[in-house]
Structures are given as C-alpha cells and as structure tokens.
Design a protein around this ligand. Structure first.
Ligand code: MN
Length: 389
C-alpha cells in the first residue's frame, strides 16, 4: 500500500481524496491545510497521520492544543509543507493547495524523489519548465489529478507519445456560457460562484466562470504532455461527460468519459495503474438526452485568449497571466473589481511585461510579485464604484 501525503486536505480535492482513502484504507502519512483547524483535527483523528501542518501560523497554537493528546507532529508555514513534501517515508504527495503557494512544495517533493499527484495547476502554469525538468532529472512521476489531464493521461495508456496529432481539451463553459460581454457587466460574486456541473473551491469556480481555468489547463497540458500550443484544441462540452480526448496520427480519437466527479481522477492518480471501484456514481449515458460540442467564444472569455497568447509567447508570460489572475480573482471576491475586469487585468498584464526567461524558482517568485503589483496598481477608485453588490 502506497503511503500518501495530502497538501490541502480540507479543500474540495483534499476532502474527496480522503473519501477515496477511506474506501481503500490508504496509509495517510501526512495532512496539511491552510487554516481550517477543526476539520484538520477531525481528519487527523480519523486517519492518524504521523505529521500534520497548518500553513497559516496564526492557527498553529490552536491546532497544537487540539491534538495535544496525540503523538502527531504538528508543523506550520512553508517549512512545514516542504517537510511533508520531502518526507522520506512518503510514496506520493497529493498537492491540492490553491495558487502559486503550491510551487515550492511541488519542487521539494520532486527533489526528494517523491511522486506527485498534481491538483495544483498554478504550479505547472507558473513554473512548468522547472517542474518538468526537475521531474525528469529525478525520475519522478507526476500524475495529473485535474479531470481533463487525467482523461488525456488515461487515453495515452498503451499509446506511444509520438503518435499524437492533438489533444481535445473539454470545457464545461461555466455558468455564463453563450453570454456576450455586455450581458456580463453586472455579474455578482454569487452568480459567478454558481457552477452548473462541478462543486469546487471559490478560486477555481471563478476561474471556470471566466474560462481562465481552461486557459490554465491549456498551459498545464502543454507541460504535462510536452505539446506545442497548436496541438491543443479547446471545445465546449456543457455536460462534462467526456473529460477530454486525444487524436492520434491515424485520426482515431480516444476519449475518457465518466460521471463528473473528481474522485475518479483522484483515485486514478493515487492508485495508478490500478483500476478498482470508486466511491462515485456510475455514468449512465441514457440519463443525458444529448452530448453537445461547440467552439469557445474567445472574445467574450478573454482570459482564455490571454492564456493561449501567453503560452505561445513563452518565457515568463504564463506565470504573469497566472499571478495577474490570482490577484484579480481575489479582488473580485472582495468586491473591489467587476467580473469583466478580471479578463482585462490579465490581458493588460500579459502585454505589459517584456520577455524574460524563468531559469530558477527565484525568477518565478520575482516575476510573480511584479505581475501582482502591476495588477493592483491598475485598479482605480472607479473600479470599486462599478462593482455590483
Ligand atoms: Mn479541470
């Protein structure tokens, strides 16, 4: 039985990973969360890990007191996440933290020789070349947890990489599919948080509404599967039944389908290559009157165009797009900017900076910081006045 550590165990992916762990009686080596001490305590008592980490140091004492009667080692901060990532008694680190914070733990796990189940897509968007080079050097496996990338990974099993024409990345289209820009000017936080098919954390739900999520996944796919941007086609598939597909050189297209439930890709990443029962509903195709496939609207969903532009431009641009989006989404959720400003700010940030290469972790952190500062400096008093509350 593999020993598994979960970074981000109280988030949506983390909780679903523990559903899978409960069903298959996985050996949980460590758990880490940002600030949810009560949930983390409950998880620690159920799964009895050797180590837990609360990332936000303000909650360290609270967690320490809660688990005082156990012999679990309590860690905190980035040092704590990295200690878990590098733990030599771990086989696979599931990284499901939100945002750029996930990059250092991913690199640390890889450098320690631990396989990574990657649910933190920002990691590959911001530091794709660093992560993939490190994984190659250390001979470490990166298993995709994102449903689309898991689908592609599953379609590639038994097929040689040099026979791919392209991958077909499916997008649900989010809650605002078929809307035009002028209809989206007064979108509220509550409307943007209401996703039709998937129940997820706030950041990724907003990213799904802007289609930034698909832009990030486009970049993620480029790195994971070593593709050129023109080998990635995005199609809108409203029902989220076909999770993505691969077209091979003979024009055969192989896709992966399943009930839209993240526990299927999570389990595949953690149990690869084994397939066994999963705690999810089974797909019944006749429950769906029809499956539809359409082209995305790149003009309305300009985050998507910005990401594709960024990956084609190369260098630090994907990192800039990601950082700009993280700040813009934070400000949208804080009701400081309107919904459409997210795409504008990401687009502006990508076009503002000169080309630079990312050769080390410090380069990534540096350009990430500059992009965030640029976005914040672009927000005006008029922005807050234009927010629909
Ligand atoms: Mn996805």
């Amino acid at each position: 039985m593999k020993k598994i550590s979960i970074l981000g165990s109280t988030g949506s992916i983390g909780v679903q990973s523990l559903d899978v762990a409960r069903m298959h009686k996985f050996d949980i080596r460590a758990l880490a969360a940002n600030s949810s001490t009560a949930v983390l305590e409950k998880q620690a008592r159920e799964f009895n890990p050797a180590k837990v980490c609360i990332f936000n140091k303000e909650y360290y004492n609270d967690l320490r007191l809660r688990l005082a009667d156990t012999d679990i080692t309590i860690l905190t901060g980035m040092d704590g996440l990295c200690e878990i990532a590098a733990d030599s008694d771990t086989d696979i680190v599931l990284n499901s933290v939100v945002g750029m914070v996930g990059l250092l733990p991913t690199l640390t796990a890889i450098n320690a020789g631990n396989d990574v189940a990657l649910a933190n897509k920002e990691t590959l968007v911001a530091g794709g070349n660093l992560v993939m080079n490190a994984a190659k050097t250390k001979n470490v496996n990166i298993y995709p947890v994102d449903s689309e990338h898991s689908a592609i990974f599953q379609c590639l099993q038994g097929n040689s990489m040099n026979r791919i024409n392209k991958i077909i990345l499916t997008a649900s289209g989010g809650p605002f599919f078929s809307k035009k820009k002028e209809e989206l000017s007064d979108v509220t936080v509550e409307q943007a948080l209401n996703h039709p098919n998937w129940s997820m954390g706030n950041k990724i739900t907003i990213d799904s509404a802007t289609l930034m999520n698909k832009g990030l996944e486009f970049i993620e796919a480029k790195w994971l599967f070593d593709l050129e941007p023109d080998q990635i086609e995005i199609i809108v598939h409203r029902q989220s039944v076909l999770h993505s597909a691969v077209e091979f050189e003979d024009f055969s297209v192989i896709g992966q389908m399943g009930f839209p439930d993240m526990r299927i890709p999570i389990q595949y990443a953690l149990m690869y290559p084994e397939r066994t029962a999963c705690p999810t509903k089974r797909l019944s195709l006749t429950d769906f009157a029809k499956l539809t496939f359409e082209k995305p609207d790149y003009e309305t969903f300009d985050c998507l165009s910005a990401c594709i532009g960024a990956v084609k431009a190369g260098g630090a641009y994907p990192c800039i797009a990601n950082a700009a989006n993280e700040e813009a989404v934070r400000m949208f959720l804080d009701r400081k900017i309107s919904f459409l400003r997210i795409g504008e700010l990401v687009t502006q940030a990508v076009s503002h900076f000169d080309y630079t290469e990312l050769t080390c972790y410090e380069d990534v952190i540096d350009i990430d910081k500059k992009a965030r500062e640029y976005v914040i400096s672009n927000v005006t008093k008029g922005d807050e006045a234009a927010v629909c509350k």
